[in-house]
Write a protein that binds this ligand. Structure first.
Ligand code: ASP
Ligand code: MG
Length: 408
């Protein structure tokens, strides 16, 4: 007998028929003798609707009240799923985050989980029940409803699995695992049987939407056995996210090609080349709560230098406004920007032991006449910033270059 936490995403509970199917799947696991805690998202599109509704009332909704509104989506699906389970003779009980309780800090709209009380869940599991928990939500020390950020149900699932020391956390979604890249861009993309936490973390932060990045951090930290599977298929092992690289197995050098269109680049030209410049520019950006990704500073000539960095596309206009002000203070020459860029990354732990990955990547792009605007690397990834119009081509070419369309 195992204790399994299963998380079902919005499309998996998108209508009554699908909710009934989830109930059947859960019932099958129970019939095999397993204890199951189910975490659900809101029905697909529901959270977007709730946010849109709030914005019709207030352009800038109060975060506490926004969480109050947004958390209702999951309250609907836990009730419906528990009913569906009872309809097929399976005892079940639903819990909101507050009822569990999932204690969080009070950073509304992106709260962090502090602790989880497992006593209610244990009692019900020991009584042979299925426990159904609302994803995405918790409660702060004062009893306020909080939410964990978009996609937060993944994190709820992993956190519950960690708290319960579950044997496995299964994330059911509309794809049957983690792919070498997005199959909508490269039809030859392959499902990976395993991927390491580090790789998954890079892929999630570089634009892969399969798992919320915090859920992967959590799983890595608490050593939760995490698996991504399809809720629309009965067969298949999905993708297992592993803690360790399998030393006995021949590692592919690159495991996946990730990409993100949501990027913009800003450059300050002719900045006086003296100490404190990076701080003055990026300090002002950080104060406005804008996340900076890649940073490049040229070697100065003639006492001045050029300074470039990337931000989320949504922050582009705001960042530009800030740079104009800083430019005046610094006596820099000009601020330029481009919000039609993308980032394409090759990710793989095999890079550590194989030199030459970067040059192989740059050659493949050069052969296609694709200009690289910026480069950044870590131990297990190489990212390039490109003109947005090259995104699909670059992803396809790199996928082929690193042999990802062939099974190994
Ligand atoms: N319903 C929330 C969202 O759409 C949480 C989740 O689905 O994970 O972001
Ligand atoms: Mg999701």
């Amino acid at each position: 007998m195992a204790l399994i936490v299963q998380k079902y995403g919005g499309t998996s509970v998108g209508n009554p028929e699908r909710i009934k199917n989830v109930a059947k799947r859960v019932a099958r696991f129970r019939a095999q003798g397993h204890q199951v805690v189910v975490v659900v998202s809101a029905m697909s599109g529901e959270t977007n609707k709730l946010i849109a509704l709030a914005k019709e009332i207030s352009a800038n909704p109060d975060p506490r009240e926004l969480d109050q509104v947004c958390a209702t989506g999951e309250q609907v699906t836990i009730g419906l799923l528990s009913m569906a389970l009872k309809e097929i003779g399976v005892p079940a009980r639903s819990y909101t985050g507050g009822q569990v309780k999932v204690l969080t800090d009070n950073t509304f709209t992106k709260a962090r989980i502090l602790s989880i009380d497992e006593s209610n869940m244990r009692r019900d599991l020991d009584a042979g029940m299925i426990v159904v928990v609302a994803g995405f939500q918790g409660v702060d020390a004062d009893g306020n409803v909080t939410t964990l950020g978009r996609g937060g149900s993944d994190t709820s699932g992993v956190a519950l699995a960690a708290a319960l020391k579950a044997d496995e956390c299964q994330i059911y979604t509309d794809v049957d695992g983690v792919y070498t890249t997005d199959p909508r861009v490269v039809p030859e993309a392959r499902k990976l049987d395993t991927v390491t936490f580090e790789e998954m973390l890079e892929m999630a932060s570089l634009g892969s939407k399969v798992l919320q990045i915090r859920s992967v951090e959590f799983a890595g930290k608490y050593k939760v056995k995490l698996r991504v599977l399809s809720s629309f298929q009965d067969e298949g092992e999905g993708t297992l996210i592993t803690v360790e690289e399998d030393k006995n197995m021949e590692q592919p050098i690159i495991s996946g090609i990730a990409f993100n269109r949501d990027e913009a680049k800003l450059t300050m030209l002719g900045v006086p080349d003296k100490p404190g410049i990076a701080y003055q520019i990026l300090g002002a950006i950080a104060e406005a709560n804008i996340d900076v990704d890649m940073i490049i500073q040229n070697v100065g000539h003639d006492g001045t230098t050029d300074f470039s960095f990337t931000v989320n596309r949504g922050d582009f206009a705001k960042a530009q406004g800030i740079l104009e002000k800083v430019k005046a203070e610094l006596g820099a020459r000009q601020v330029t920007g481009d919000n039609k860029i993308c980032k394409v990354s090759a990710v793989g732990v095999g890079m550590r032991s194989h030199p030459g990955v970067a040059s192989k990547m740059f050659k493949a792009l050069a052969d296609e006449g694709i200009n690289i605007q910026m480069i950044s690397t870590s131990e297990i990834k190489i990212s390039v910033v490109l003109d947005e119009k090259y995104l699909e081509l670059a992803v396809r070419v790199l996928h082929r270059t690193f042999g990802l369309d062939q099974s190994i």
